[in-house]
Design a binder for this molecule. Structure first.
Ligand code: 6GU
Length: 248
């Protein structure tokens, strides 16, 4: 997976993505992070990339020209490595914006199938709409709150997408049993010692009875989901009652 991040703050992204599991995956050649400084593409002799919005209103907008030229450069680099049969298909370009569909695990899995992904990070009050119309394939938000720029949301999405890329997680770190892969939150977990601050590890986990342990974990996952995420639990209950009907 090759990420191309168009941003006014490239160091923010390269630093944020160079550690831990993602750093290891980059060293293994499983992913690459190409942070492109949009300012390097401005045609303005004072390196300006923003201007006032037509019609008035607060703040500044990123202008179309530098964004378009940075995007075109990234596309050309991608095309040069692509086999001919893929070249007429648009390069997946994600604009990270609160005016987008809310990112989830399913979207992470879908994006992980791409060979290249471009992320466009906005700043100020946004980007001239005309360049978005010509470049963006996906408008994606990370939740219903407003951040100062698109870099952190892009990094959040890149983290979630990368762990779905084959080989990025070690065998012991499989994505499959985690929350949101199923329809419930994760069950509680315990490590040594058996007693801490007067609290005992639940006896069933010491029993060695795998059937009982699995049953206990499912119950705890259900209870936790009902309490913390009633919205998710409603979907889970619907699914379970459908399954019962189908089973007769
Ligand atoms: Cl994707 N961008 C910004 N600037 N703010 C956000 C967001 C994205 N998602 C939630 N808030």
């Amino acid at each position: 997976m090759n990420y191309h991040i168009l941003t006014l703050f490239p160091e923010m992204v390269t630093q944020g993505l160079s550690e831990s599991i993602l750093g290891r995956a980059a060293k293994k050649g499983l992913l690459s992070v190409n942070a492109v400084n949009i300012r390097d593409y401005t045609a303005d002799r004072h390196k300006k990339v923003d201007d006032y919005p037509y019609g008035g209103g607060a703040g500044m907008l990123m202008q179309a020209q530098p964004v378009y030229d940075a995007w075109k450069a990234a596309c050309e680099e991608i095309r040069s490595r692509q086999p001919e049969e893929l070249r007429d298909r648009p390069v997946r370009t994600v604009y990270v914006t609160p005016q987008g569909a809310v990112f989830n695990q399913q979207m992470a899995k879908e994006f992980a199938k791409e060979e290249d992904l471009i992320f466009l990070c906005g700043h100020y009050e946004g980007i001239d709409e005309r360049v978005l119309e010509e470049t963006v394939t996906d408008y994606v938000s990370i939740g219903d709150y407003v951040l100062t720029g698109g870099e952190l949301p892009a990094m959040v999405m890149i983290d979630a997408i990368s762990r779905m890329v084959p080989g990025v997680l070690a065998n012991g770190e499989s994505g499959e049993t985690e929350s949101f892969e199923g329809d419930l939150l994760e069950y509680p977990q315990y490590s040594r010692p058996e007693e801490w601050h007067g609290k005992q590890v639940p006896k069933v986990l010491l029993s060695g009875n795998q059937r009982k342990i699995a049953e206990w974990r499912r119950q705890e996952a259900e209870r936790r989901t009902q309490e913390r995420r009633p919205d998710l639990y409603a979907g889970y209950e619907r699914l379970m009652s459908c399954k019962k009907v189908l089973a007769g």
